[in-house]
Structures are given as structure tokens and as C-alpha cells.
Design a protein. Structure first.
Length: 832
């Protein structure tokens, strides 16, 4: 393939150096290419030009990231693979790369992917894909073993996560590949109609240092004026080549468009102040090489080099003119349903009333990126005068709900106070129906301030229902949780709502009474939770048949209302019950049912709940080898779980520390659990802490401390007949029972001991059923063993397979046991 200007078709407008095109030719022989350079180096244009010349009959699919929510961006990336391999595309949908395990599944899918004809898939602006593991994604795609599929990532340098510097199957093109040499600069200038002397070309090469954006600007100036721009910095070049050659109306037009970044023709018309975009301004768009039409989006996109220049010019405009431009930009955004961006522009224009008047409903905000949305709502609430906030009571409701979800107690309390003042002195323009709705929605919001006190929450729910019914609404329009799980991401209802020792039965009766009212208000959010809470209580008491029946009942109602979090809680009850009964085949089936949710859902909260369910089961069986990395640190738990669920998550973390005998860390996290505000209201984490502390102290020979903690645990559990936590965590009760009873309910303690023995038999039976599976190397263990045999270190294996070093170490321990070897040297001589 030739890439010289003389060989190009006469209508070509692009030229790139032979050296770059030769490097680009490697796209055809690599599974993955990473094209990484700063803004303004012509990455996208170069890839488009190469594929235009080289693609031939090959299929081409292109996606440009515009900073969408990670899940939406991932869905659109994966959609490119549907024409290649629908089965692979379906599997990739569930692999949004949030954990090393996701990357491992992604790589496995790509290893099995088949592509019949040559295909190029291009993901542009990849730096805008907001994902902690985005740097490792190309490596996972490089697992594709065939020759027909080529995935190209075009990106600016990633600030936090670097792409692998060398890996088979990946072609890397960097900044150095895009610099023009003297000959290439001359050819590009001639192609653009700039007839320069050799001395002028030397100066262009010297001043631009081969940066294509600067070369193009100098060529543009020379073509129009016959001389070079006397400028060395990019701002001066843009001023000479673009800004100074525009009429005032064109300048205002570009300044307005710079507020949008990307825009449709209809939005451009709004920014021009006309009903239809004038031809003169349309031509100005098409002629500007810093504004490109992005065909896969159907929008124009302004290059950041021009946008940054225009931002500085906009700052110099009179304040009123800048405000007018921002209001027009907000109108253009609202026209396409981008109300969040519109609100931001109105806030910048100082139009807080306009921002509060936008239809920023809960159902809309739930679909936005939480970080962007939260920051904007904070700006609106903090900067808006109080009288303007009070003029928009239903916006206050919506914002208060969002602050409640994100745990911003101060702003939530402030907005609730404003809502209550509105109800005490209703404004004249508020109708009776609107006032009733306002009172109902506020009562519902106030119910969350009573979290896990079911009686007080229920009173608020009934108050809310009464007012909303009188308003003609019925259901809430503010409290719309969308995909937010009813259990706040936990795999237990009882863990959240058992708040006082001795009152579990009363709390379940309250839940039975409370939940139907809440379901009517929330449109079914939490359906089945009452039955699942009962199922968990029966299980903790060792009442297997009642637990099973209630779990199936709860699962039915949960699935009928799309409440995946509740259904998963029921699945976990059934799996734990299989262990208690010693039903190995049933346990295998129950565990597979839980894992299936991972394949069927792309919700982050559901994936975390699956992690929690499987971790709980592994810990019951004494296996810590396959636990997710995020559950191994308090910081990971705080990042993964809502604040309401963190005490329960930390209790599970404490079980990991106990199983691994990491006692200094255990004692520290135990204190940390006690310090979490409100944690005494969560009895199950508190009980778990006391049992774990007793077990750890006993293991270290601190029998008096162990007995003291066991006694506190018994005092917590006996009034509610809660027994299974003792059995699942299995402290050495035999040595402690005499010290721990101390006149307590002897029958209750005997029932706990009996359940411990029953649980031990059941767990042994399940482990025996699993043993044949565990004695054979799993695919993952075999892969790790082979890499270790090949001489790779733990860190290298972890990087290769996108897993943590702890996972590699745990897997190698299992490999050594199964293969009966004691060292890597022995492993190197072992056949497997």
C-alpha cells in the first residue's frame, strides 16, 4: 500500500506521513490497536483515512465516546460486536469492566469469539469512557485468537490508568508516530493550497515541530494571505488563522456553539438566533477543520483546541452577552432532552429560577451520571436565593430525594426544613391538590429519616398515602428509585431491619403491616421483602421448612415486580438452607442460580449483591480463595456499598479476617464497626462481631475475653431464638459454654449447640460433594499454574489475567494441594 500524496486520489484532502501509514498498516495484523496521543495530533482523521484506503470490503463499525454514563457507553461499544458475533456481544454486555473478574470474563468471551469476515471496530475518544479499569480493557480484547477482527482504541493519554506498554496482539501508536517530518509538512501544505518557499517550509517545520494542527493553521493563513502567521503559540495561530478572519456574526455563532461541545444542526440554528440555520453559518461550520461531523452520533463536534480558545474569548465578552449565549445554549440542550446540561448553563448564567423550572424529575436524574448530577444539584441549592428555592417546591422535593440517596445529610435536612416551612405557610399560587401532594411527598421523604425503625417509617408512609390520595396522585413522583436496590445493595433484609434484641417477631409483624402501604407509594419497590425477612428469621432459628416456603413466596413477589435485590436475598436463604441440610447437589444448583444473576443483569448493585451472596457461602464453607477484591478492605466496602449497608459489609469482612486469622486487623475493624454512627440499631452485624471476637479470643487462648464476648452474643441472640450465626461462624463453643452460659437460657443455649452440630454435619456433606470438583484443577487454576510453571511471578500473573495478587496466591495454594507439590520448582516439573 502506498501513502504518498502523488498516489492519492485528486479529491483527497488528507495526507499523513509514509512512516505513520506504514505503522497504521499494522492494524490489519493485530487483534487490538491503541492509538494514543494528546488532542490535536490527528488521531481520528488518520485512522479514518487509513481505513478508507485499506478497508476495502471489510466491515467497519465506529463508536465515539461523548462522556456518557459508563453503562450506556459500554452498551454502545458492545453493540458494535453484534454483527460480528451476536453470542459474544450478548456475553460482553454483562462484562462492564468494574472488577478484575469482569476483565477475566471479557477475555474469556473474546477467546471464544469467531468472526467470519475481516472487520474493524473503532472506539474513539476512549479517554471519555469513565471506568477505573479502562486501561486494561484493550488487553482483554486482545485475547481474540483469530485474524479477522481488529479493535481500535483512539484515545488521549489516560491520567490514572496506563495501557500495557507491550503485549502480543496489541499494536501501539503513540505521540511520536504522529509528528510530521520536513518532507511530510511540505506535502501537506501543498495539498492545502499553500505554495510556500523552501525557507517558509523550514520555518513552518521549526515553529510547529511537526504538530499537524499547527501546520494546518499556518497553511490556512498562508493560502489566504501569502505569508506565514507570526505566532509560535496555538492561541495566536488560531487567532490569526480562524478568529481574525470571521465576521462578528460568525464569531458570536462559534462562541455560542463552544458552550455545547457537540451539537445538531437544529441546535446550531437555535444558537444562531434563527429558526433555520443560515447558509452562511452552515458553510462556516463545514469549512472549519476544527469542527467535525461525527456520523455515528449525528452531531457536529468542536475540537478542544478551538473550544479552549473560544472559552477565553467568551470570558472577555460583556456579561449580559455571555448570559444570553448561555441561555440559548440551555434552550438548545433542553430541546434534545439534556436537561442536566441545560441546568448547568442556566446556573452559569445566574438564572437559578430557570434551572429549577426544568423537568429534572427523579426518573430522569436516576439515569444520569451520579457525580455530575450531584455536583450540579449542590451548586443549584447552595447558590440559589432561598426565595427562589421556595418558589419551586417540587424541585426541592426531587433534589432532597437525591441528597438522601447520596447520603448528603446536611443538604437533605436543609431542603426538608424548607418544605416544612412551605407547608406551614403555603404560597398563594399553590392549589389544594398541589399542597396535598407536597405534604404527601414530604412525609415520604421524612420516612427515610426514621430508617430501620419500621413503626416510625410506617407512620410516615400512612401520612404520605393519605395526602397523596387526596391529591389524586396515589403513587409518589419524587421517590423513584429506578435501579437502586431496596436493600441498599445488601443480600439480607433482616440485617437492615432487625434493630432491637427481643423484638424480631414484633418487627416482622410491623413489616407485614407497613410494606403494602409503601409498595403503593413506590410502585412496587421492595415487593417480597416481608416474606424474605421472615424466611431469614426462620433460617436463623433453624426452622428449615418454614424458611424455604417463605423464601419461595418472597422470590415470587420480588420477581413479579422486578425487585432483583429481594429475589437475591431469597436465593441466598435457599443456598444456606442447602448447607444446613447437607444437600450437596442442591447447594450446587442453588449457587448456580445465584451466579446466573450476574449474567442476566448489568446493574452494578446486582453484581455486588452476587459477590456478597457467593462470599457468604464460601465463608460458611471455610473457603476464602475466590472472594472479590473489594470485600477485602474497609475502603473497598465503603466504595461499594451504600452507607446503610456498610455495617453489614464490615461484618462480612470481619469473618474474612477471622478465617485467615488476621487478628490485629480483626480487632481494629471491630472497633471501627462500633464507631459507625447508628450501627447499634443493626443487631445482626453487632451479633456477628461478638461471635467473631469470641472465636478469635478463644483461638488465641484468651478464654475470659472469649467468654465475655460469647455471653454478650448470647444475650443478643437468645431473646429472638437466633442461632445460626453461631453455627455458621463456628466459634469453639465447647470450651466456652460453661463460661458463656452464666445462668442464661439453658434450653436456648442447648438449641444453639444442637444447631452447630447440625450445621457442621451439613457443611461437611456439602464439602464432600464439592471435593471431586475441587480436586481437579479448575480452568482458572490450570491457567495460573501454567503461567507459574512458565516462570511468571505473582504480580505478572495478576496483570496478565486481570486479577489481584491475592487471588493468584490463593489459587496457587489450591494448585499445590491438588497437585501435591510444595514449591514452584516442583510445579515446574509437574505435568497437569
Amino acid at each position: 500500500m502506498t501513502t504518498t500524496a502523488s498516489s492519492a486520489r485528486r479529491d483527497e484532502t488528507c495526507f499523513f506521513p509514509d512512516r505513520l501509514m506504514k505503522r497504521m498498516a499494522g492494524l490489519s495484523s493485530h487483534a487490538v490497536a491503541v492509538v494514543e496521543a494528546p488532542s490535536g495530533f490527528g488521531k481520528t482523521t488518520a485512522v479514518r483515512e487509513f481505513l478508507r484506503r485499506a478497508c476495502g470490503e471489510a466491515r467497519l463499525a465506529w463508536y465515539t465516546c461523548f462522556g456518557e454514563q459508563p453503562l450506556k457507553a459500554w452498551e454502545r461499544m458492545v453493540r458494535l460486536f453484534e454483527a460480528v458475533n451476536p453470542e459474544a456481544a450478548e456475553g460482553l454486555q454483562a462484562c462492564l469492566p468494574r472488577t478484575p473478574e469482569d476483565l477475566a470474563r471479557l477475555a474469556e468471551i473474546m477467546r471464544g469469539c469467531r468472526c467470519d469476515g475481516e472487520t474493524y471496530i473503532v472506539i474513539d475518544n476512549y479517554q471519555l469512557f469513565e471506568c477505573d479499569l479502562s486501561g486494561a480493557v484493550p488487553s482483554a480484547f486482545a485475547a481474540y485468537p483469530g485474524e479477522n477482527l481488529h479493535t481500535v482504541f483512539i484515545t488521549q493519554p489516560l491520567p490514572f490508568s496506563e495501557f500495557p506498554r507491550s503485549q502480543a496482539g496489541i499494536l501501539r501508536l503513540g505521540t511520536g508516530d504522529f509528528f510530521f517530518d520536513r518532507e511530510s509538512t511540505a506535502r501537506l501544505c501543498r495539498l492545502k493550497g499553500a505554495r510556500m518557499t523552501e525557507r517558509e517550509l523550514d520555518r513552518v517545520q521549526s515553529v510547529t515541530e511537526g504538530w499537524v494542527s499547527a501546520i494546518l493553521l499556518q497553511a490556512s493563513v498562508h493560502r489566504e494571505t501569502g505569508v506565514l502567521a507570526d505566532a509560535r503559540d496555538m492561541d495566536s495561530l488560531i487567532g490569526t488563522a480562524v478568529w481574525n478572519r470571521l465576521a462578528d456574526v460568525e464569531r458570536d455563532f462559534l462562541l455560542s456553539l463552544s458552550l455545547l461541545g457537540s451539537f445538531t444542526t437544529a441546535q446550531a440554528a437555535i444558537m444562531s438566533g434563527a429558526a433555520v440555520l443560515p447558509d452562511r453559518l452552515r458553510k462556516a461550520l463545514d469549512a472549519n477543520f476544527f469542527i467535525q461531523y461525527v456520523s455515528d452520533k449525528g452531531v457536529y463536534s468542536m475540537h478542544s483546541i478551538l473550544a479552549d480558545y473560544l472559552a477565553s474569548r467568551l470570558d472577555a465578552r460583556p456579561a449580559e452577552q455571555a448570559r444570553l449565549m448561555r441561555r440559548r445554549a440551555a434552550t438548545a440542550c433542553a430541546q434534545t432532552g439534556d436537561y442536566l446540561e441545560a441546568a448547568g448553563l442556566l446556573v452559569e448564567a445566574g438564572d437559578y429560577a430557570g434551572a429549577l423550572s426544568l423537568p429534572l424529575a427523579s426518573s430522569y436524574l436516576n439515569d444520569q451520571k451520579e457525580g455530575n448530577m450531584t455536583l450540579l444539584l449542590e451548586r443549584i441549592v447552595d447558590a440559589s436565593p432561598e426565595d427562589i428555592l421556595l418558589d419551586h417546591p417540587f424541585a426541592i422535593l426531587t433534589f432532597a430525594f437525591q441528597f438522601m440517596k447520596t447520603g448528603d445529610a446536611a443538604r437533605f435536612a436543609r431542603l426538608l426544613s424548607l418544605l416544612q416551612s412551605l407547608q406551614a405557610s403555603p404560597p398563594d399560587g399553590l392549589s389544594e391538590s398541589e399542597l396535598s401532594r407536597l405534604r404527601g411527598e414530604t412525609a415520604l421523604l421524612l420516612s427515610f429519616t426514621e430508617f430501620n425503625d419500621i413503626a416510625r417509617m410506617s407512620a410516615r408512609h400512612r401520612e404520605a398515602a393519605e395526602h397523596l390520595d387526596s391529591s389524586g396522585e396515589g403513587a409518589s413522583r419524587t421517590v423513584v428509585f429506578g435501579s437502586t436496590p431496596w436493600t441498599f445493595g445488601l443480600a439480607s433484609v433482616l440485617c437492615l431491619y432487625w434493630r432491637k434484641s427481643g423484638e424480631l417477631d414484633a418487627e416482622m409483624e410491623l413489616m407485614d403491616d407497613c410494606l403494602p402501604v409503601y409498595l403503593g407509594l413506590s410502585g412496587g419497590h421492595g415487593a417480597g421483602a416481608d416474606s424474605v425477612m421472615r424466611a431469614e428469621a426462620h433460617l436463623l432459628r433453624g426452622e428449615g421448612e418454614a424458611a424455604e416456603s417463605a423464601a419461595y413466596k418472597g422470590m415470587y413477589f420480588a420477581k413479579a415486580s422486578g425487585q432483583t435485590s429481594i429475589a437475591l436475598c431469597a436465593e441466598l436463604v435457599l443456598a444456606r438452607l442447602r448447607i444446613l441440610r447437607g444437600d450437596g447437589p442442591g447447594f450446587v444448583s442453588a449457587r448456580a442460580n445465584i451466579e446466573r444473576y450476574r449474567q442476566e443483569s448489568r446493574s452494578r448493585s446486582v453484581l455486588r449483591m452476587v459477590d456478597l451472596c457467593l462470599a457468604t457461602l464460601d465463608l460458611i464453607l471455610g473457603d476464602t480463595g475466590d472472594l472479590p477484591d473489594w470485600l477485602r478492605t474497609p475502603e473497598g466496602i465503603r466504595r461499594a456499598l451504600y452507607v446503610q449497608g456498610q455495617p453489614c459489609g464490615l461484618a462480612l469482612y470481619a469473618r474474612i479476617l477471622l478465617a485467615e486469622r488476621r487478628y490485629p486487623e480483626l480487632y481494629a475493624i471491630t472497633e471501627q464497626m462500633m464507631e459507625i454512627p447508628g450501627s447499634p440499631r443493626f443487631m445482626l452485624p453487632l451479633l456477628t462481631r461478638r461471635i467473631i471476637f469470641a472465636a478469635a479470643c478463644a483461638d488465641e487462648g484468651k478464654y475470659e475475653e472469649a467468654a465475655e464476648n460469647l455471653g454478650e452474643a448470647l444475650d443478643t441472640a437468645l431473646p429472638d431464638r437466633v442461632r445460626l450465626p453461631f453455627a455458621e461462624i463456628t466459634p469453639p463453643l465447647a470450651r466456652l459454654i460453661d463460661r458463656g452460659v452464666r445462668g442464661r437460657d439453658g434450653d436456648g443455649v442447648a438449641a444453639i449447640v444442637a444447631l452447630c452440630e447440625r450445621q457442621a454435619r451439613g457443611a461437611d456433606a456439602v464439602r464432600k460433594c464439592l471435593r471431586p470438583r475441587k480436586e481437579v484443577l479448575t480452568d482458572r487454576e490450570r491457567e495460573i499454574a501454567q503461567l507459574a510453571k512458565d516462570g511468571l511471578r505473582t504480580r505478572e500473573i495478576a496483570a496478565r489475567l486481570y486479577i489481584s495478587e491475592n487471588t493468584v496466591k490463593s489459587a496457587l495454594k489450591k494448585v499445590f494441594v491438588k497437585l501435591k507439590v510444595r514449591s514452584r520448582n516442583e510445579l515446574a516439573r509437574k505435568e497437569f
